[in-house]
Design a protein around this ligand. Structure first.
Ligand code: ADP
Ligand code: TYD
Length: 204
Protein backbone atom coordinates (compact mmCIF):
# COMPACT_ATOMS: atom_id res chain seq x y z
CA UNK A 1 0.00 0.00 0.00
CA UNK A 2 1.49 3.35 -0.95
CA UNK A 3 1.92 6.12 1.60
CA UNK A 4 0.98 9.71 0.81
CA UNK A 5 3.99 12.01 0.38
CA UNK A 6 4.51 15.24 2.28
CA UNK A 7 3.92 18.75 1.00
CA UNK A 8 6.48 21.36 2.09
CA UNK A 9 6.35 25.06 1.17
CA UNK A 10 8.85 27.90 1.50
CA UNK A 11 7.59 31.42 2.15
CA UNK A 12 8.84 34.89 2.98
CA UNK A 13 9.30 38.35 1.50
CA UNK A 14 11.41 38.73 -1.65
CA UNK A 15 15.10 38.45 -0.78
CA UNK A 16 14.56 36.48 2.45
CA UNK A 17 16.44 33.44 1.10
CA UNK A 18 13.84 30.88 -0.01
CA UNK A 19 15.35 30.09 -3.41
CA UNK A 20 18.81 29.66 -1.87
CA UNK A 21 17.52 26.76 0.24
CA UNK A 22 15.00 25.25 -2.20
CA UNK A 23 17.26 22.84 -4.11
CA UNK A 24 19.37 22.18 -1.01
CA UNK A 25 16.27 21.03 0.87
CA UNK A 26 15.25 18.71 -1.95
CA UNK A 27 18.73 17.24 -1.98
CA UNK A 28 18.62 16.66 1.78
CA UNK A 29 15.35 14.78 1.42
CA UNK A 30 16.71 12.70 -1.47
CA UNK A 31 19.73 11.76 0.65
CA UNK A 32 17.18 10.55 3.21
CA UNK A 33 15.60 8.26 0.64
CA UNK A 34 12.65 10.41 -0.45
CA UNK A 35 11.52 10.90 -4.01
CA UNK A 36 11.17 14.68 -4.36
CA UNK A 37 9.41 17.05 -6.76
CA UNK A 38 10.87 20.56 -6.73
CA UNK A 39 8.42 23.20 -7.90
CA UNK A 40 7.38 26.82 -7.52
CA UNK A 41 4.51 29.32 -7.65
CA UNK A 42 3.37 31.11 -9.59
CA UNK A 43 4.39 28.42 -12.08
CA UNK A 44 5.09 24.72 -11.76
CA UNK A 45 3.28 23.70 -14.98
CA UNK A 46 3.58 24.82 -18.62
CA UNK A 47 0.45 26.95 -18.32
CA UNK A 48 1.46 28.16 -14.87
CA UNK A 49 4.83 29.39 -16.14
CA UNK A 50 3.06 31.39 -18.87
CA UNK A 51 0.76 32.89 -16.23
CA UNK A 52 3.86 33.65 -14.13
CA UNK A 53 5.34 35.79 -16.90
CA UNK A 54 2.08 37.76 -17.11
CA UNK A 55 1.79 38.08 -13.34
CA UNK A 56 5.36 39.29 -12.85
CA UNK A 57 5.53 41.76 -15.73
CA UNK A 58 2.06 42.77 -16.99
CA UNK A 59 0.16 45.53 -15.14
CA UNK A 60 -3.32 44.32 -14.09
CA UNK A 61 -6.24 44.87 -11.76
CA UNK A 62 -5.75 43.49 -8.23
CA UNK A 63 -8.61 41.00 -8.45
CA UNK A 64 -7.34 39.78 -11.81
CA UNK A 65 -3.96 39.27 -10.18
CA UNK A 66 -5.48 37.21 -7.34
CA UNK A 67 -7.60 35.15 -9.73
CA UNK A 68 -4.64 34.39 -12.00
CA UNK A 69 -2.52 33.35 -9.00
CA UNK A 70 -5.25 30.90 -8.01
CA UNK A 71 -5.84 29.75 -11.60
CA UNK A 72 -2.14 28.87 -11.88
CA UNK A 73 -2.43 27.15 -8.48
CA UNK A 74 -5.44 25.06 -9.56
CA UNK A 75 -3.46 23.76 -12.54
CA UNK A 76 -0.41 23.16 -10.33
CA UNK A 77 -2.43 21.16 -7.77
CA UNK A 78 -4.27 19.09 -10.40
CA UNK A 79 -1.30 18.36 -12.66
CA UNK A 80 1.66 18.19 -10.28
CA UNK A 81 1.05 18.39 -6.54
CA UNK A 82 -1.87 16.00 -6.02
CA UNK A 83 -0.55 13.24 -8.32
CA UNK A 84 2.90 13.47 -6.73
CA UNK A 85 1.55 13.21 -3.18
CA UNK A 86 -0.64 10.27 -4.19
CA UNK A 87 2.41 8.51 -5.68
CA UNK A 88 4.16 8.95 -2.33
CA UNK A 89 6.56 11.65 -3.55
CA UNK A 90 7.46 14.64 -1.44
CA UNK A 91 6.71 18.06 -2.96
CA UNK A 92 8.82 21.11 -2.10
CA UNK A 93 7.30 24.31 -3.46
CA UNK A 94 8.90 27.75 -3.47
CA UNK A 95 5.70 29.62 -2.39
CA UNK A 96 2.02 28.56 -2.26
CA UNK A 97 -1.25 30.06 -0.97
CA UNK A 98 0.26 31.87 2.03
CA UNK A 99 1.92 34.13 -0.57
CA UNK A 100 -1.50 35.15 -1.93
CA UNK A 101 -2.64 36.14 1.55
CA UNK A 102 0.64 37.98 2.13
CA UNK A 103 0.99 39.82 -1.22
CA UNK A 104 -2.54 40.25 -2.61
CA UNK A 105 -4.09 40.42 0.89
CA UNK A 106 -1.49 42.18 3.06
CA UNK A 107 0.53 43.97 0.39
CA UNK A 108 -2.25 45.12 -1.92
CA UNK A 109 -5.23 45.11 0.48
CA UNK A 110 -7.52 42.50 -1.08
CA UNK A 111 -10.14 41.32 1.46
CA UNK A 112 -8.98 38.29 3.46
CA UNK A 113 -12.48 36.75 3.08
CA UNK A 114 -12.20 36.77 -0.73
CA UNK A 115 -8.87 34.98 -0.51
CA UNK A 116 -10.36 32.44 1.89
CA UNK A 117 -13.13 31.73 -0.64
CA UNK A 118 -10.60 31.18 -3.41
CA UNK A 119 -8.48 29.01 -1.13
CA UNK A 120 -11.47 26.80 -0.32
CA UNK A 121 -12.59 26.60 -3.95
CA UNK A 122 -9.19 25.85 -5.45
CA UNK A 123 -7.64 23.54 -2.88
CA UNK A 124 -10.43 22.17 -0.66
CA UNK A 125 -8.75 20.44 2.28
CA UNK A 126 -5.27 20.47 0.75
CA UNK A 127 -2.80 22.39 2.92
CA UNK A 128 0.97 22.08 3.16
CA UNK A 129 2.15 19.67 5.85
CA UNK A 130 4.99 22.03 6.73
CA UNK A 131 5.74 25.64 5.82
CA UNK A 132 9.14 27.24 6.40
CA UNK A 133 8.66 31.00 6.78
CA UNK A 134 11.93 32.84 6.14
CA UNK A 135 11.73 35.77 8.48
CA UNK A 136 13.89 38.80 7.69
CA UNK A 137 13.59 42.56 8.13
CA UNK A 138 12.61 44.41 4.98
CA UNK A 139 15.75 46.55 4.72
CA UNK A 140 18.13 43.57 4.82
CA UNK A 141 15.98 41.67 2.32
CA UNK A 142 16.02 44.63 -0.09
CA UNK A 143 19.79 44.97 0.24
CA UNK A 144 20.25 41.29 -0.54
CA UNK A 145 17.99 41.60 -3.59
CA UNK A 146 19.82 44.71 -4.83
CA UNK A 147 23.14 42.85 -4.53
CA UNK A 148 21.94 40.12 -6.90
CA UNK A 149 21.88 42.70 -9.73
CA UNK A 150 18.78 41.02 -11.27
CA UNK A 151 16.16 43.26 -12.89
CA UNK A 152 13.25 43.63 -10.42
CA UNK A 153 9.78 42.34 -11.36
CA UNK A 154 6.43 44.07 -10.65
CA UNK A 155 6.45 42.91 -7.01
CA UNK A 156 10.12 43.55 -6.30
CA UNK A 157 9.68 47.17 -7.48
CA UNK A 158 7.22 47.86 -4.64
CA UNK A 159 8.14 50.21 -1.77
CA UNK A 160 9.33 49.29 1.70
CA UNK A 161 5.84 49.82 3.23
CA UNK A 162 4.39 47.24 0.83
CA UNK A 163 6.85 44.62 2.09
CA UNK A 164 6.17 45.55 5.73
CA UNK A 165 2.49 44.77 5.07
CA UNK A 166 3.41 41.52 3.30
CA UNK A 167 5.57 40.51 6.25
CA UNK A 168 2.80 41.29 8.75
CA UNK A 169 0.33 39.23 6.73
CA UNK A 170 2.74 36.28 6.78
CA UNK A 171 2.84 36.61 10.59
CA UNK A 172 -0.95 36.56 10.63
CA UNK A 173 -1.00 33.31 8.67
CA UNK A 174 1.71 31.80 10.90
CA UNK A 175 -0.35 32.66 13.99
CA UNK A 176 -3.46 31.11 12.44
CA UNK A 177 -1.63 27.84 11.60
CA UNK A 178 1.01 27.36 14.32
CA UNK A 179 1.18 23.60 13.77
CA UNK A 180 2.23 23.84 10.16
CA UNK A 181 4.51 26.89 10.25
CA UNK A 182 8.18 26.74 11.18
CA UNK A 183 9.60 30.26 11.37
CA UNK A 184 13.26 30.53 10.36
CA UNK A 185 15.45 33.45 11.46
CA UNK A 186 16.81 34.29 7.99
CA UNK A 187 19.33 36.77 9.41
CA UNK A 188 21.52 33.78 10.27
CA UNK A 189 24.24 32.39 8.00
CA UNK A 190 23.20 30.02 5.21
CA UNK A 191 24.85 27.09 7.04
CA UNK A 192 23.06 27.89 10.33
CA UNK A 193 19.74 28.00 8.46
CA UNK A 194 20.48 24.69 6.78
CA UNK A 195 21.14 23.15 10.19
CA UNK A 196 17.74 24.37 11.45
CA UNK A 197 15.97 23.03 8.36
CA UNK A 198 17.68 19.68 8.74
CA UNK A 199 16.79 19.44 12.46
CA UNK A 200 13.16 20.24 11.73
CA UNK A 201 12.91 17.70 8.93
CA UNK A 202 14.79 14.92 10.64
CA UNK A 203 13.13 15.36 14.05
CA UNK A 204 9.73 16.37 12.76
P1 ADP B 1 14.28 34.75 -2.20
O1 ADP B 1 14.19 33.50 -3.03
O2 ADP B 1 13.65 34.59 -0.85
O3 ADP B 1 13.79 35.98 -2.93
P2 ADP B 1 17.14 34.35 -2.48
O4 ADP B 1 17.31 32.96 -1.95
O5 ADP B 1 17.16 34.53 -3.96
O6 ADP B 1 15.81 35.02 -1.86
O7 ADP B 1 18.25 35.25 -1.78
C1 ADP B 1 18.46 36.60 -2.14
C2 ADP B 1 19.96 36.91 -2.07
O8 ADP B 1 20.40 36.82 -0.72
C3 ADP B 1 20.83 35.94 -2.86
O9 ADP B 1 21.88 36.67 -3.48
C4 ADP B 1 21.39 35.00 -1.81
O10 ADP B 1 22.67 34.51 -2.16
C5 ADP B 1 21.49 35.89 -0.59
N1 ADP B 1 21.26 35.15 0.66
C6 ADP B 1 20.33 34.18 0.88
N2 ADP B 1 20.39 33.73 2.15
C7 ADP B 1 21.36 34.43 2.75
C8 ADP B 1 21.90 34.45 4.10
N3 ADP B 1 21.43 33.64 5.06
N4 ADP B 1 22.89 35.31 4.39
C9 ADP B 1 23.36 36.15 3.43
N5 ADP B 1 22.90 36.20 2.15
C10 ADP B 1 21.92 35.36 1.82
P1 TYD C 1 9.29 34.27 -6.51
O1 TYD C 1 9.32 33.08 -7.38
O2 TYD C 1 9.56 34.07 -5.07
O3 TYD C 1 10.23 35.35 -7.10
P2 TYD C 1 11.81 35.24 -7.30
O4 TYD C 1 12.10 33.94 -7.95
O5 TYD C 1 12.06 36.44 -8.14
O6 TYD C 1 12.39 35.33 -5.89
O7 TYD C 1 7.82 34.91 -6.60
C1 TYD C 1 7.46 35.79 -7.58
C2 TYD C 1 6.59 36.87 -7.01
O8 TYD C 1 5.22 36.48 -7.00
C3 TYD C 1 6.94 37.27 -5.57
O9 TYD C 1 7.26 38.65 -5.58
C4 TYD C 1 5.65 37.07 -4.80
C5 TYD C 1 4.58 36.99 -5.86
N1 TYD C 1 3.43 36.13 -5.49
C6 TYD C 1 2.22 36.71 -5.16
O10 TYD C 1 2.09 37.95 -5.15
N2 TYD C 1 1.15 35.92 -4.84
C7 TYD C 1 1.23 34.56 -4.87
O11 TYD C 1 0.23 33.86 -4.59
C8 TYD C 1 2.49 33.97 -5.22
C9 TYD C 1 2.62 32.48 -5.27
C10 TYD C 1 3.56 34.78 -5.52
Amino acid sequence: MSKRGRFITLEGIDGAGKSTHHAWLANLLRLNGKSVILTREPGGTQLGEKLRTLLLFEPMNLETEALLMFAARREHIAEVIQPALERGDWVVSDRFTDASFAYQGGGRGLAWAKLEQLEQWVQGDLQPDLTFLFELDVITARQRLANTGNAPDRFEREQQEFFERVRNAYHRRAEAYPGRFCVIDAQQSISAIQKTLEERLVSG
